[in-house]
Design a protein around this ligand. Structure first.
Ligand code: THU
Length: 135
């Protein structure tokens, strides 16, 4: 499974976006170690803070189906610029997917790939919890 193919799944997933408030559609496609693709889109709510991003939809779907090992996630929006994952999603990607490839797709279909670790320097993780007084 190459990045281009995964990107096409992310682009297609935008069509399922429920984003009546921002009108900003986002699609994501997560690639498992066995080359299974799990897609996601952003899902908004009139109580804005309850919105879930496309990346987290895909990752939580994958976890709920028992998937644990991943190679890459592709993220697409309609914007002419790349849509980088928000801070919350970077934290979730790091903990639940590890140092995978994060493939961004702009509105013209150009791809740009980063490592999850490049997007989240000095991450907070389970190791940090072991140093606490009660750890
Ligand atoms: N959004 C995502 O789905 N992923 C991102 O990486 C950035 C933001 C969504 C959340 C919200 O529905 C809309 O984009 C505008 O913030």
């Amino acid at each position: 499974m190459n990045h281009q193919k995964l990107a096409e799944f992310a682009i297609k997933s935008k069509s399922n976006s429920y984003s009546p408030y921002s009108k900003f559609r986002v699609g994501a496609a997560l690639l498992t170690e066995e080359d299974k693709i799990i897609t996601g889109c952003n899902i908004e709510n009139a109580s804005y803070g309850l919105t879930i991003c496309a990346e987290r939809t895909a990752i939580f779907k994958a976890y709920s189906e028992g998937e644990r090992k991943f190679k890459a996630i592709a993220i697409a929006s309609d914007d002419k610029n790349f849509c980088p994952p928000c801070g919350a999603c970077r934290q979730i990607i790091w903990e639940l997917c590890g140092d995978i490839d994060v493939i961004l797709i702009d509105g013209n279909g150009n791809l740009k790939t980063f490592k999850a670790s490049d997007l989240l320097p000095l991450p907070f993780g389970d190791e940090n919890l072991k140093g606490g007084e009660n750890g």
